[in-house]
Ligand binder design. Structure first.
Ligand code: NDP
Length: 439
């Protein structure tokens, strides 16, 4: 704790994993040998750098850039870049740590890493975003490569940013290494289904959990938070499977649309116009906006009664009180599209209530899994159809689900997807770390 002072989210993520490894270490004490756990929680390398750039008014802006290369036991470091003003080393380390186990669960030979910056793209022109990305990549390009470290998108980093980052990488390295970044445009090495993959995967995971109870998403009322990449495609897949998503949100508030979210309108507002959730309500009769801190009808999106909740915005967005509200409202399934959106108190409440709860490192692994499929296509200089890529994603999600179920049973806690995900991910990484010796 003293060594990583102030890194609250990192402590939270480590505690969550180590707490659930008790039964694993009890059954296989070798996993505590050779400082394996101490090595696991220390990143192999962390890079912190200055990102200077010039805004449209001619002022010099200085942001901080991060890349945490956490664990390369299973393959090149892999994990997204987040551009958000809240970014600090503790947040990037928590995300990188989670990524190790998530990537292990996909069984695709990828290590764990994460990066980003405290740069806020909201309200910035395309030209400002480009200059920022170019400056960011000018430093980052020394540390990454298709066999070394392969960044992707996350909050605030989508297709536009990946394009600017790739353009600068290619220019500096004089090398068309398509496999150095994932989430690329379809015309220059991107994979079909990558955009949809995280949201689709979180919904497929919910469907797999329901199937263990002989149930499905058909006709279920779904509450979604966020309105970015993950939320939009979670809504889309839920609709395809016959469910009715009725909410979404951003940092300004949340929208309730009891008739069911109009996905075309939401995509127009968020993806085309880069607008706010209020812009949707203006054009959608019957939908209502509950502004953040407005003291309106409910404190958060989690007050809306539902069968299924899909937190798809950010870490710690769903606390103990929100979990209690969800349970009161009849929620029986939570599948985390975001990384660590539920606080420890919320997870405890869901598990005590015995509902189906899927932690993000399992439920949102579809994004990175499809990134690995993108790397595979880049290496083979080929491109699969949407149907091929989607079928592979569905197989991977089912496999992750089944690995979690099997590990939870192995360690005596059937139905505990938190233990299952942590145990299955950890043992895969730990076995390889042991094989590689003390490095
Ligand atoms: P986007 O930037 O596309 O969207 C993020 C959404 O969450 C926006 O609606 C944003 O609202 C909202 N949000 C972000 N931060 C906050 C905050 N502090 N308070 C309230 N709302 C907030 O990001 P993604 O959809 O890509 O990512 C969402 C989550 O999914 C993150 O936890 C990410 O780590 C996780 N994830 C993403 C993957 C991917 O493939 N993209 C893969 C696996 C996990 P606003 O615009 O107002 O900030």
């Amino acid at each position: 704790v003293a060594r990583n002072r102030g890194e609250n989210e990192f402590h939270q993520a480590v505690r969550e994993v180590l707490d659930s490894l008790g039964p694993v270490i009890a059954k296989h004490p070798r996993y505590a040998d050779d400082g394996l756990l101490e090595r696991l929680v220390e990143p192999e390398r962390q890079i912190i750098f200055r990102v200077p750039w010039v805004d449209d008014a001619g002022n010099v802006q200085v942001n901080r850039g991060f890349r945490v290369e956490f664990n390369s036991a299973l393959g090149p470091y892999k994990g997204g870049l987040r551009f958000h003003p809240s970014v600090n080393v503790g947040i990037i380390k928590f995300l990188g740590f989670e990524q190790i186990f998530k990537n292990a669960l996909t069984a695709q030979g990828i290590g764990g890493g994460k990066g980003g910056s405290d740069f806020d793209p909201h309200g910035r022109s395309d030209a400002e975003v480009m200059r920022f990305c170019q400056s960011f990549m000018t430093e980052l390009c020394r540390h990454i490569g298709p066999s070394t470290d392969v960044p992707a998108g996350d909050i605030g980093v989508g297709g536009r940013e990946i394009g600017y980052l790739f353009g600068q990488y290619k220019r500096l390295r004089n090398s068309y290494d398509a496999g150095v970044l994932t989430g690329k445009g379809l015309a220059w090495g991107g994979s079909l289904v990558r955009t949809e993959a995280t949201g689709y995967g979180a919904v497929l995971f919910a469907q797999s959990m329901l199937a263990t109870k002989g149930d499905s998403l058909e006709g279920k009322k779904v509450v979604v938070s966020g309105s970015g990449n993950v939320a939009i495609y979670a809504i889309k897949k839920a609709q395809q499977l016959g469910a009715v998503p009725v909410t979404f949100s951003d940092s300004s508030g949340y929208v309730v649309d009891e008739a069911g979210v109009d996905l075309d309108l939401l995509q127009q507002v968020k993806e085309v116009e880069r607008g706010r959730v209020a812009d949707y309500v203006e054009r959608r009769p019957g939908a209502r906006l509950v502004a953040r801190g407005s003291g309106g009808t409910g404190g958060s999106v989690w007050d809306v009664p539902c069968d299924v909740a899909l937190p798809c915005a950010t870490q710690n967005e769903l606390d103990g009180a929100a979990a209690a509200a969800l349970l009161r409202g009849g929620c029986g399934v939570v599948s985390e599209g975001a990384n660590m959106p539920s606080t420890p108190e919320a997870v405890e409440a869901f598990q005590s209530a015995g509902i189906l709860f899927a932690p993000g490192k399992a439920a949102n692994a579809g994004g990175v899994a499809t990134s690995a499929l993108e790397m595979e296509q880049n290496a083979g200089r080929t491109r699969w159809s949407f149907e091929t890529a989607e079928a592979k994603l569905a197989d991977i999600m089912q496999d992750i689900h089944d690995s979690c179920v099997a590990a939870a049973e192995d360690y005596g806690r059937p139905g505990d997807y938190v233990l299952g995900a942590n145990a299955a991910g950890f043992t895969r990484v730990a076995d390889v770390m042991a094989a590689h010796g003390i490095v």
